[in-house]
Design a binder for this molecule. Sequence first.
Ligand SMILES: C[S@@+](CC[C@H](N)C(=O)[O-])C[C@H]1O[C@@H](n2cnc3c(N)ncnc32)[C@H](O)[C@@H]1O
Length: 282
Amino acid sequence: MPPWLIVVLVAAGLVALGAILYWQLIIAEGVYLGQRVVTWLYDLAARRYDDIKQYDDDMEAVFLGRPLADMLRPVPGALVLDIATGTGRLPLALFEQPAFRGRVIGVDASRSMLEIAAQKLRGNEHRLMLLWRDASSLPFADGAFDAVTVLEMLEFTPDPATQLAEAVRVLRPGGILVTTRRRGWNAALMPGKTHSPDEFRALLESLGLTRVELLPWQVDYDLVWAVKPGHVPSGARHMLDVLHCPACRSAQWEEHPAELCCGVCHAAYPVKDGIIDIRGKQ
Ligand SMILES: C[S@@+](CC[C@H](N)C(=O)[O-])C[C@H]1O[C@@H](n2cnc3c(N)ncnc32)[C@H](O)[C@@H]1O
Protein backbone atom coordinates (compact mmCIF):
# COMPACT_ATOMS: atom_id res chain seq x y z
CA MET A 1 0.00 0.00 0.00
CA PRO A 2 1.47 3.41 -0.92
CA PRO A 3 2.40 5.60 2.06
CA TRP A 4 0.03 8.39 0.97
CA LEU A 5 -2.91 5.94 1.12
CA ILE A 6 -1.94 4.91 4.65
CA VAL A 7 -1.88 8.61 5.67
CA VAL A 8 -5.31 9.17 4.10
CA LEU A 9 -6.80 6.08 5.81
CA VAL A 10 -5.36 7.02 9.21
CA ALA A 11 -6.64 10.61 8.84
CA ALA A 12 -10.10 9.35 7.81
CA GLY A 13 -10.11 6.94 10.78
CA LEU A 14 -9.21 9.76 13.18
CA VAL A 15 -11.92 12.03 11.78
CA ALA A 16 -14.48 9.21 12.07
CA LEU A 17 -13.39 8.48 15.65
CA GLY A 18 -13.59 12.18 16.54
CA ALA A 19 -17.09 12.39 15.05
CA ILE A 20 -18.25 9.31 16.98
CA LEU A 21 -16.79 10.64 20.24
CA TYR A 22 -18.40 14.07 19.63
CA TRP A 23 -21.74 12.40 18.98
CA GLN A 24 -21.60 10.03 21.94
CA LEU A 25 -20.05 12.33 24.56
CA ILE A 26 -21.10 15.87 23.57
CA ILE A 27 -24.45 15.53 21.78
CA ALA A 28 -25.80 12.36 23.42
CA GLU A 29 -23.98 13.15 26.70
CA GLY A 30 -23.05 9.50 27.17
CA VAL A 31 -26.61 8.15 27.21
CA TYR A 32 -25.85 5.22 24.88
CA LEU A 33 -22.88 4.28 27.07
CA GLY A 34 -24.92 3.93 30.28
CA GLN A 35 -26.07 5.93 33.30
CA ARG A 36 -22.63 5.89 34.89
CA VAL A 37 -21.15 7.73 31.91
CA VAL A 38 -23.98 10.31 31.92
CA THR A 39 -23.42 10.98 35.61
CA TRP A 40 -19.65 11.07 35.22
CA LEU A 41 -19.92 13.66 32.45
CA TYR A 42 -22.20 15.86 34.59
CA ASP A 43 -19.84 15.49 37.54
CA LEU A 44 -17.02 16.69 35.26
CA ALA A 45 -19.02 19.60 33.80
CA ALA A 46 -20.80 20.76 36.97
CA ARG A 47 -18.55 23.77 37.71
CA ARG A 48 -18.90 25.07 34.14
CA TYR A 49 -22.56 24.13 33.68
CA ASP A 50 -24.15 27.49 34.51
CA ASP A 51 -21.58 29.37 32.41
CA ILE A 52 -22.36 27.11 29.46
CA LYS A 53 -26.13 27.46 29.87
CA GLN A 54 -26.21 31.22 30.58
CA TYR A 55 -29.78 31.13 31.91
CA ASP A 56 -31.46 34.52 32.02
CA ASP A 57 -33.27 35.18 35.32
CA ASP A 58 -36.09 37.11 33.64
CA MET A 59 -36.72 34.35 31.10
CA GLU A 60 -36.62 31.74 33.85
CA ALA A 61 -39.26 33.73 35.72
CA VAL A 62 -41.46 34.28 32.65
CA PHE A 63 -41.44 30.68 31.41
CA LEU A 64 -40.96 28.63 34.60
CA GLY A 65 -41.16 30.34 37.97
CA ARG A 66 -44.16 32.62 37.50
CA PRO A 67 -46.52 30.24 35.61
CA LEU A 68 -45.81 27.36 37.99
CA ALA A 69 -46.16 29.56 41.09
CA ASP A 70 -49.45 30.92 39.70
CA MET A 71 -50.80 27.44 39.03
CA LEU A 72 -49.83 26.37 42.55
CA ARG A 73 -51.31 29.49 44.18
CA PRO A 74 -54.50 27.63 45.28
CA VAL A 75 -52.30 25.02 47.02
CA PRO A 76 -50.83 26.53 50.18
CA GLY A 77 -47.58 24.77 51.11
CA ALA A 78 -47.41 22.99 47.74
CA LEU A 79 -44.86 20.22 47.49
CA VAL A 80 -42.86 20.13 44.25
CA LEU A 81 -40.49 17.40 43.06
CA ASP A 82 -37.76 18.48 40.63
CA ILE A 83 -36.36 15.36 38.97
CA ALA A 84 -32.78 15.95 37.75
CA THR A 85 -32.57 19.28 39.53
CA GLY A 86 -29.00 19.81 38.34
CA THR A 87 -27.61 23.12 39.61
CA GLY A 88 -30.98 24.08 41.10
CA ARG A 89 -32.56 25.91 38.18
CA LEU A 90 -36.19 25.07 39.04
CA PRO A 91 -36.07 25.67 42.82
CA LEU A 92 -34.28 28.98 42.18
CA ALA A 93 -36.95 30.08 39.71
CA LEU A 94 -39.75 29.13 42.10
CA PHE A 95 -38.22 30.62 45.25
CA GLU A 96 -37.85 33.96 43.40
CA GLN A 97 -41.65 34.09 43.20
CA PRO A 98 -43.33 35.72 46.23
CA ALA A 99 -46.52 33.78 45.35
CA PHE A 100 -44.75 30.49 45.93
CA ARG A 101 -45.08 29.40 49.56
CA GLY A 102 -44.28 25.74 49.05
CA ARG A 103 -41.28 23.45 49.24
CA VAL A 104 -39.13 21.68 46.65
CA ILE A 105 -37.39 18.33 46.73
CA GLY A 106 -34.63 18.12 44.11
CA VAL A 107 -33.18 14.77 43.03
CA ASP A 108 -30.11 14.28 40.89
CA ALA A 109 -27.67 11.47 40.11
CA SER A 110 -24.68 13.86 39.95
CA ARG A 111 -23.25 14.80 43.32
CA SER A 112 -21.23 17.66 41.80
CA MET A 113 -24.31 19.22 40.20
CA LEU A 114 -26.11 19.02 43.56
CA GLU A 115 -23.16 20.68 45.32
CA ILE A 116 -23.54 23.72 43.06
CA ALA A 117 -27.30 23.72 43.68
CA ALA A 118 -26.74 23.59 47.45
CA GLN A 119 -24.33 26.56 47.29
CA LYS A 120 -26.68 28.66 45.15
CA LEU A 121 -29.70 27.85 47.31
CA ARG A 122 -28.08 28.35 50.70
CA GLY A 123 -30.58 29.88 53.15
CA ASN A 124 -33.51 27.92 51.73
CA GLU A 125 -32.95 24.75 53.75
CA HIS A 126 -36.37 25.10 55.42
CA ARG A 127 -38.04 24.72 52.01
CA LEU A 128 -35.57 22.66 50.03
CA MET A 129 -34.33 19.10 50.24
CA LEU A 130 -31.59 17.84 47.90
CA LEU A 131 -31.35 14.11 47.32
CA TRP A 132 -28.45 12.34 45.64
CA ARG A 133 -29.98 9.45 43.74
CA ASP A 134 -30.64 7.98 40.32
CA ALA A 135 -34.22 9.06 39.67
CA SER A 136 -35.18 5.96 37.68
CA SER A 137 -36.85 4.75 40.88
CA LEU A 138 -38.12 7.44 43.21
CA PRO A 139 -38.34 6.84 46.97
CA PHE A 140 -41.77 8.45 47.31
CA ALA A 141 -45.32 7.21 47.68
CA ASP A 142 -47.79 7.38 44.81
CA GLY A 143 -49.41 10.79 44.46
CA ALA A 144 -47.05 12.51 46.92
CA PHE A 145 -46.48 15.76 44.96
CA ASP A 146 -48.58 18.71 43.81
CA ALA A 147 -46.21 19.29 40.88
CA VAL A 148 -43.39 17.30 39.32
CA THR A 149 -40.84 18.86 36.99
CA VAL A 150 -38.45 16.97 34.69
CA LEU A 151 -36.46 19.54 32.72
CA GLU A 152 -33.83 18.70 30.08
CA MET A 153 -33.40 15.17 31.39
CA LEU A 154 -35.58 12.58 29.65
CA GLU A 155 -33.32 12.06 26.66
CA PHE A 156 -30.39 11.19 28.95
CA THR A 157 -32.22 8.30 30.60
CA PRO A 158 -32.24 4.64 29.53
CA ASP A 159 -35.97 4.82 28.75
CA PRO A 160 -37.69 8.23 28.67
CA ALA A 161 -41.19 6.66 28.75
CA THR A 162 -40.37 4.68 31.92
CA GLN A 163 -38.87 7.77 33.56
CA LEU A 164 -42.00 9.77 32.72
CA ALA A 165 -44.23 7.01 34.11
CA GLU A 166 -42.27 7.18 37.39
CA ALA A 167 -42.76 10.97 37.46
CA VAL A 168 -46.51 10.56 36.89
CA ARG A 169 -46.73 7.89 39.61
CA VAL A 170 -45.60 10.31 42.33
CA LEU A 171 -47.86 13.13 41.07
CA ARG A 172 -51.20 13.48 42.85
CA PRO A 173 -54.43 13.50 40.80
CA GLY A 174 -54.98 17.15 39.92
CA GLY A 175 -51.22 17.78 40.04
CA ILE A 176 -49.11 19.47 37.34
CA LEU A 177 -46.31 17.91 35.29
CA VAL A 178 -43.78 20.20 33.63
CA THR A 179 -41.28 18.59 31.32
CA THR A 180 -39.29 19.16 28.13
CA ARG A 181 -39.23 17.69 24.66
CA ARG A 182 -35.89 17.71 22.90
CA ARG A 183 -36.07 19.50 19.55
CA GLY A 184 -33.67 20.94 16.98
CA TRP A 185 -31.31 19.29 14.52
CA ASN A 186 -29.43 17.22 17.11
CA ALA A 187 -32.62 15.55 18.41
CA ALA A 188 -32.41 13.37 15.28
CA LEU A 189 -29.00 12.17 16.49
CA MET A 190 -30.54 10.61 19.60
CA PRO A 191 -32.66 7.75 18.23
CA GLY A 192 -34.94 6.10 20.78
CA LYS A 193 -34.53 9.04 23.17
CA THR A 194 -36.43 11.85 21.44
CA HIS A 195 -39.96 12.25 20.09
CA SER A 196 -41.85 14.28 17.54
CA PRO A 197 -44.46 16.65 19.03
CA ASP A 198 -47.26 14.20 18.16
CA GLU A 199 -45.39 11.23 19.62
CA PHE A 200 -44.64 13.15 22.81
CA ARG A 201 -48.25 14.25 23.24
CA ALA A 202 -49.40 10.64 22.64
CA LEU A 203 -46.86 9.37 25.18
CA LEU A 204 -48.09 11.76 27.88
CA GLU A 205 -51.71 10.92 27.10
CA SER A 206 -50.92 7.19 27.26
CA LEU A 207 -49.71 7.83 30.82
CA GLY A 208 -53.14 9.24 31.64
CA LEU A 209 -52.22 12.94 31.51
CA THR A 210 -54.60 15.56 30.11
CA ARG A 211 -54.39 19.22 29.04
CA VAL A 212 -51.05 18.52 27.35
CA GLU A 213 -49.52 21.74 26.00
CA LEU A 214 -46.24 21.91 24.07
CA LEU A 215 -44.73 25.39 23.87
CA PRO A 216 -41.66 26.35 21.83
CA TRP A 217 -39.11 27.39 24.46
CA GLN A 218 -35.35 27.12 23.92
CA VAL A 219 -33.34 26.26 20.82
CA ASP A 220 -33.13 22.63 21.93
CA TYR A 221 -36.36 22.21 23.91
CA ASP A 222 -40.11 22.63 23.94
CA LEU A 223 -41.56 23.25 27.38
CA VAL A 224 -44.42 20.84 28.06
CA TRP A 225 -47.23 21.22 30.59
CA ALA A 226 -49.78 18.57 31.51
CA VAL A 227 -52.21 17.73 34.30
CA LYS A 228 -52.94 14.41 36.01
CA PRO A 229 -56.72 14.06 35.91
CA GLY A 230 -58.85 13.72 39.04
CA HIS A 231 -58.69 15.62 42.24
CA VAL A 232 -57.05 14.60 45.47
CA PRO A 233 -56.58 17.53 47.83
CA SER A 234 -53.01 18.41 48.62
CA GLY A 235 -52.03 17.32 52.10
CA ALA A 236 -49.48 19.99 53.04
CA ARG A 237 -46.76 17.85 54.55
CA HIS A 238 -43.20 18.07 55.78
CA MET A 239 -40.73 16.97 53.13
CA LEU A 240 -39.62 14.00 55.22
CA ASP A 241 -43.21 12.72 55.41
CA VAL A 242 -43.18 11.80 51.72
CA LEU A 243 -39.67 10.32 51.64
CA HIS A 244 -39.62 6.54 51.93
CA CYS A 245 -36.61 4.56 53.12
CA PRO A 246 -35.30 2.78 49.99
CA ALA A 247 -34.50 -0.26 52.15
CA CYS A 248 -37.84 -0.84 53.93
CA ARG A 249 -40.25 1.76 52.43
CA SER A 250 -41.04 3.25 55.86
CA ALA A 251 -41.46 7.02 56.20
CA GLN A 252 -40.34 7.27 59.81
CA TRP A 253 -37.11 9.18 60.11
CA GLU A 254 -34.67 10.17 62.80
CA GLU A 255 -32.63 13.24 61.90
CA HIS A 256 -29.01 13.37 63.05
CA PRO A 257 -26.46 16.07 62.13
CA ALA A 258 -24.56 13.89 59.68
CA GLU A 259 -27.13 11.30 58.70
CA LEU A 260 -30.76 10.54 58.21
CA CYS A 261 -31.74 7.30 59.89
CA CYS A 262 -34.72 5.12 59.12
CA GLY A 263 -36.77 4.78 62.31
CA VAL A 264 -37.81 1.24 61.35
CA CYS A 265 -34.91 -0.63 59.70
CA HIS A 266 -32.22 1.82 60.96
CA ALA A 267 -30.60 2.17 57.53
CA ALA A 268 -28.42 5.30 57.65
CA TYR A 269 -28.18 7.80 54.78
CA PRO A 270 -25.26 10.26 55.02
CA VAL A 271 -26.00 14.00 54.96
CA LYS A 272 -23.16 16.26 53.86
CA ASP A 273 -23.13 19.87 52.60
CA GLY A 274 -26.93 19.92 52.58
CA ILE A 275 -27.21 16.83 50.35
CA ILE A 276 -28.77 13.55 51.46
CA ASP A 277 -27.13 10.47 49.95
CA ILE A 278 -30.22 8.33 49.51
CA ARG A 279 -28.80 6.09 46.79
CA GLY A 280 -29.13 2.97 48.96
CA LYS A 281 -28.86 -0.21 46.89
CA GLN A 282 -30.16 0.97 43.49
C1 LIG B 1 -29.17 19.03 31.23
S1 LIG B 1 -29.12 18.80 32.95
C2 LIG B 1 -30.63 19.59 33.43
C3 LIG B 1 -30.60 20.08 34.85
C4 LIG B 1 -31.82 20.92 35.24
N1 LIG B 1 -33.04 20.15 35.19
C5 LIG B 1 -31.91 22.14 34.36
O1 LIG B 1 -32.87 22.25 33.60
O2 LIG B 1 -30.98 22.98 34.43
C6 LIG B 1 -29.49 17.09 33.14
C7 LIG B 1 -29.42 16.62 34.58
O3 LIG B 1 -29.98 15.31 34.64
C8 LIG B 1 -29.27 14.57 35.59
N2 LIG B 1 -29.57 13.16 35.38
C9 LIG B 1 -29.34 12.45 34.25
N3 LIG B 1 -29.79 11.19 34.42
C10 LIG B 1 -30.29 11.12 35.68
C11 LIG B 1 -30.91 10.08 36.44
N4 LIG B 1 -31.11 8.86 35.95
N5 LIG B 1 -31.32 10.37 37.70
C12 LIG B 1 -31.14 11.61 38.22
N6 LIG B 1 -30.55 12.62 37.55
C13 LIG B 1 -30.14 12.38 36.29
C14 LIG B 1 -27.84 14.98 35.35
O4 LIG B 1 -27.00 14.64 36.43
C15 LIG B 1 -28.02 16.48 35.15
O5 LIG B 1 -27.91 17.18 36.36
